[in-house]
Design a protein around this ligand. Structure first.
Ligand code: TXA
Ligand code: MG
Length: 311
């Protein structure tokens, strides 16, 4: 059910869960201090309790209420990248964040979304916890119809149209080696931080035998029902449908799900989850993905999502 901003605020303040648009993906929002609403987020999504939630703020200065100590460059990162698709993990005053939100960790994840509508809601409700508005394991929702497909037509969604970025926020934390590290690649590539930090934060890939720093890493993600074949060279494409690019030629009889131009990763990111959902909606049991693309910048986020989706 599509609802307006006023109704969304009303429901959230009454302790209900509402799907809210952000520039990255739609979120399942609940007020941070409504334990039952937070609880129902986990139930609705089928999300494991040990996977903590991101706290969404209306403005950066709200962070002061939560953080225990300012780690180096935390302030600077918020000044440069907020509002925007960056999530920062920081040590917190644990009594200020319910344990269920942070999965019992002494840290919590924060972001100030770029989309004005999102911040307008949060200004009225106070901080919202929001995981992506999809069933656990499925591709994230980048349009209200995706939310409705996962949670039913009656589920309340604030309609913000298509998300402008289309992939989740990038998550950074301050690591043991006294440097910021990327816990999850996202809408901001690792290169985006070089000018500000003076180095490219390392992208942490968890060795399988170690417990994850970012609990979300250990779960299957972003996956459609169909089997996905990732093709690092165009020669590997051996069937149809093909998730590919408008500016490339594929076998004439193949069904193409276009992601955009192969020179435009921003558009590709924006269309990515919709494309994965299209494969299932059309009833295909498998699909070939043209991943003959550069291994730099935002492409690395796109590649990572598709690798997870194909596992
Ligand atoms: O773009 C986004 O970030 C979207 C929109 C709705 O804001 N939200 C989103 O939330 O992607 P979710 O729940 O799907 O992913 C949150 C990720 C999980 O992988 C979780 O493990 C990690 O953030 N996370 C949360 N708190 C953490 C913490 N204290 N330490 C490490 N990782 C944390
Ligand atoms: Mg998610």
């Amino acid at each position: 059910m599509r609802i307006d901003l006023k109704k969304s605020v009303e429901l959230l303040k009454a302790g209900r869960v509402v799907a809210i648009p952000t520039e990255t993906v739609y979120g399942l929002g609940a007020c941070i201090n409504f334990p039952e609403a937070v609880e129902s987020i986990f139930t609705l999504k089928g999300r494991p309790q040990d996977n903590p939630l991101i706290i969404h703020l209306a403005e950066a200065r709200q962070l002061d209420r939560y953080v225990l100590k300012k780690v180096p460059d935390l302030q600077l990162l918020t000044e440069v990248f907020w509002p925007g698709p960056l999530t920062l993990v920081a040590p917190i005053k644990t009594d200020r964040v319910p344990s269920s939100v942070r999965a019992g960790l002494p840290t919590a994840a924060f972001r100030v979304p770029m989309m004005q509508t999102t911040r307008d809601v949060i200004k009225k409700t106070g901080p919202l916890v929001m995981p992506s508005a999809n069933l656990s394991g499925s591709p994230s929702a980048t349009h209200p119809m995706h939310v409705e497909s996962d949670f039913g037509q009656e589920f309340p969604v604030l309609d913000g149209g298509f998300c402008s970025q289309g992939v989740e926020s990038t998550i950074l934390h301050y690591g043991k080696n006294n440097k910021w590290e990327v816990l999850r690649l996202g809408a901001l590539p690792a290169e985006a931080f070089i000018d500000v930090l003076g180095y490219r934060p390392e992208v942490i890939v968890r060795p399988p035998e170690q417990p994850p720093i970012c609990p979300g890493q250990k779960y299957r993600h972003y996956a459609p029902q169909a089997t996905l074949h990732l093709c690092l060279s165009q020669k590997e494409i051996q069937g149809s449908p093909i998730i590919g690019y408008e500016d490339r030629t594929y076998p004439e009889n193949a069904f193409l799900v276009p992601l955009g131009r192969s020179t435009d990763p921003e558009t590709v990111a924006r269309n990515l989850y919709s494309a994965l959902r299209t494969i299932d909606d059309k009833g295909y049991k498998e699909a070939w993905i043209d991943l003959d693309v550069p291994h730099t910048g935002l492409w690395l986020t796109i590649i990572e999502r598709l690798q997870k989706a194909s596992q």
